[in-house]
Structures are given as C-alpha cells and as structure tokens.
Design a protein around this ligand. Sequence first.
Ligand code: ADP
Length: 395
Amino acid sequence: MLILVLNAGSSSLKFNLVDMSEEKTLADGIAERIGLSEGFIRWTIQGEKGRLELDMANHKVALSAIMDQLRDTVLPPGAEVDAVGHRVAHGGPNFGDSEVITPAVLKEIEDLAFYAPLHNPPAASGIRTAQEIFPGVPQVAVFDTAFHHSMPDYAYTYGLPYELCQKLGLRRYGFHGTSHKYVAEKTAELLGRPFDACKIIVCHLGNGSSITAVHNGRSVDTSMGLTPLEGVVMGTRSGNLDPGVLTTVMEQEQLDAAGLSALLNKKSGLLGISGVSSDCREVEEAMGKNRRARLAHEVLCYGVLKYVGAYAAAMNGVDAIVFTAGIGENSADLRAWVCDRLTYLGVKLDAEANKVRSKSGRFISTPDSRLPVAVIPTNEELMIAREAQRLTANA
Ligand code: ADP
C-alpha cells in the first residue's frame, strides 16, 4: 500500500510517500513559497536530492508538480497512491481519533479554524486539493490533538468560569499527539515493557515544544493547551505567562488581539529573550559570549526540568524520560542540563552516550541509572501513514 502524507501550511506543502509493505519512505520533500514569488520544491527521492524552481499560485499547482516528480521517478508506471493522510493541527473537542474525510468531517475541520487560525485553514485547503487531484482515493485526517483526548478533566480544565469554557470550548487540547504516541511506543519497546504498563515522560522539543505524561499508553497531561502557545518557551512562542501580563501589555502598548497574538507567537520565546535567534542551535552557538542567549537557553532548560518533575508527580512515578524532535534529538547541552538536576529521581546520565549523534533510538543514561533516559527520533509522517492505512485498508 502506497500512502502519501501531506502537511499543508499557509505557503508550504510537505509530502512523504510511504511504502507500507516495509514502512519505508520512498520520497519526501517540501514545496515552499506557495502563492509567493520565487517558489521552489525540494525533495529526496530514494536517497537522491533534487530541487525545482517553480512559482506556484496555490497548493494544487504545488501538489501537481510534486506528483509529476514522483511519477517520473519512484511511482511504478500506472500506480497511484492508495490513500492520503493529512496532518491536521486541531481536532477540537470531538475528534478523539483519526477520521476518514467526509464532507461533514471537512466542514468541522474548517470550523475549527476558530481555535487554530494559522493551521486548520491550510490543512483544509490541502485536503480539498488532494480530493481534486486524487478523485476516489480515500483521505484521512490525523489530528495533533487526538492522542490527548484521554486526559482527565482535572488536567484539561482551566480555572475560568465553567460556563464560559463550555460555551467557547476553552480547555487544554494539547498538540504533537502523533509524535508523543510514536515516541512513547518506541520507548516502551526500548525498555522491553508493554506500552500499556509504563509511565513515560516525552519531551518533544523543536521549533514548537511540548511535554507529555504518558501513563499506561495514554496521554494524561501535556504542556500545550487550547493553542500551541502554552508550555515551555519555544522558538518564537512565549510559553507560559502570568495571564496578568497579557492585559498589562495590551494596555501599556495599546495592542489589539492581533497585535498581542503576533507578539506571543512570532516575537517571543528564544528569539524574544535572546535577541539572537529563534533557532536553538544558533542560541547555543552564541551563549558562550552572549548573556541573553545563555539566559534564553536556561529558561528553556528550566521549563523542561519543571515539567518533568510535575509529570513524575502527576503519574506518581516515572519509568523513562525521552527526548525527541530537533532540539531533543540534537542538543546534548540541554539534555545534560536537565538530567544533571534529576538525580533525585535516580537519573544517571552517561555523558559520553549523551554526546553521540545517532539516528536510532538509544539510552543516554548509564546501565545502573534507576530511571532510564532515552533519545528517540520522532517520525510523525510514519504515524500518519499508519493511521491512513488503518482506516482505509478495508475500504
Ligand atoms: P519543527 O518543530 O519545526 O518540526 P524541529 O523538530 O526540526 O522543528 O526542530 C528545530 C529546532 O531544532 C531548531 O531550534 C534547531 O535549532 C534545533 N536543532 C537542530 N539541530 C540542533 C543541534 N545540533 N543543536 C541544538 N539544536 C538543534
């Protein structure tokens, strides 16, 4: 079964073509600057990198050009994709699982733009495009929020008037669900224990970051909330704040909701604190001589440390901590900062193992560490492909 995984952003379209017989990625890449000048598509197809300069008026032009490349290279003559899996950021209160896309499902995804104005409209547009280009091919929506539907009400309820929360759907939803689930499952495998019988804290740290407590295979708490703004500081997002800061800044800087949203989403986090970059690697490079870069990094590390403590408490124990995504997989500095302060939980970091770069999952704690710590590369695209297969294999 060949599954095309699509992740549509406002001006980009990421794609992966996965052969499910071996769960192998045959091709992946991204079309960028859709709807803008100087558009291009870059890809890796069966290990070969390629690039095409192409101005693309919309996602349909982009997807057609991507499919031309795939047909010229990796798709067997006459073969078509069997299903398309779409990454959709927000599933709101009703989608607790992936869904085969029907007109009603698509309408609900569009209506959920209320919660995710930056993410859901492009995802819906990606779905419509794929429906046009692959008529009759089943399409599946995989929601970033779905894995977190298992949270108990006391973990997802905000301390606001209950009726207001009901009316507006205000609650913690959480994101990166496919990544948290994939990485937690892999961690259980690495531990040699059943997924449904262990307590795992997953630290997904990338441009966007979230931390999840996975208890017996289910998400029981997660650091992102109604939107992906809550939690630890991120590349350009603020993470947690005293809500009083918001009214103060709005009043003092005469910001309206759009201005506040831009401040919190685009100008804050590592970039806002350091003034250097939103990119953790660049912040780390600068922190030897730049005090604010050092501060930004420490604020992130400290945030991760606090969530680990909180989630160990939430689960009344923890069997493994795991780091994933761009920062989690690559920043030995961050992992060491956090793990050196978790000796009370029994963590003993293996300093050498922590420095090794590897694309496979591994422990970075010593064999006698009471609490194992692992690094596991995430693979959200494979998870989306598996979901698309699960929901359409018998269609
Ligand atoms: P996204 O959330 O967009 O998927 P990624 O998971 O790719 O992002 O993570 C991007 C982040 O990973 C960036 O902040 C980048 O600097 C960071 N990163 C990548 N490599 C390293 C590295 N070697 N050291 C520190 N940070 C790194």
